[in-house]
Design a binder for this molecule. Sequence first.
Ligand SMILES: [Fe+2]
Ligand SMILES: [Fe+2]
Length: 180
Amino acid sequence: MCYGEKHDNSLNDVSIIRPQLRSEDFRMRSREMESERLNAIRKGLLTLHTLELMAMTIYRFQIAGGSSELNRQLITAMCNEMTHYQDFQVKLYEYGFKPSIIRGAYWFVGFLFGFCSRLLGKKAILRTAIWVETKAVHHYAELLEKIEWDEETKKVIEKDQADEVGHIGRWEKLLESEKV
Ligand SMILES: [Fe+2]
Ligand SMILES: [Fe+2]
């Protein structure tokens, strides 16, 4: 599957940074589910929620002053990761779960990756982002395959995974170009 820089009306259009969410889209989702399935969903959502916190923190600390194209795209990516973080926080509560109380550790790792790569320069920023996003795409694939999600949550996860693939494409393009 190739997500690339698709600009269309499909669900996985990566040019949509923050998809629209209506009041009727919010649901209580745990009803009539077996405890084993619920437990797997809980673990999956906690993993995604904490990883997205790390991702948005990395981009946040990679943003430097100035009006470069890299900064513009880092801000866009940060906003996209904030959307992902919001997606999984909402899903956690819809299922009756709560976010991990140790998620601050993921914030700190994100800060370290983001801040250190910014100190090392533009290429380090892009290479760090590509490395982290590649890990994320694999993680997403694993969780999509292993867990029996409800259809709506699955669609959100697929869109967010497509966004991560889109991020890799944008960073690779920037790394090749002279704009950075
Ligand atoms: Fe993300
Ligand atoms: Fe991402």
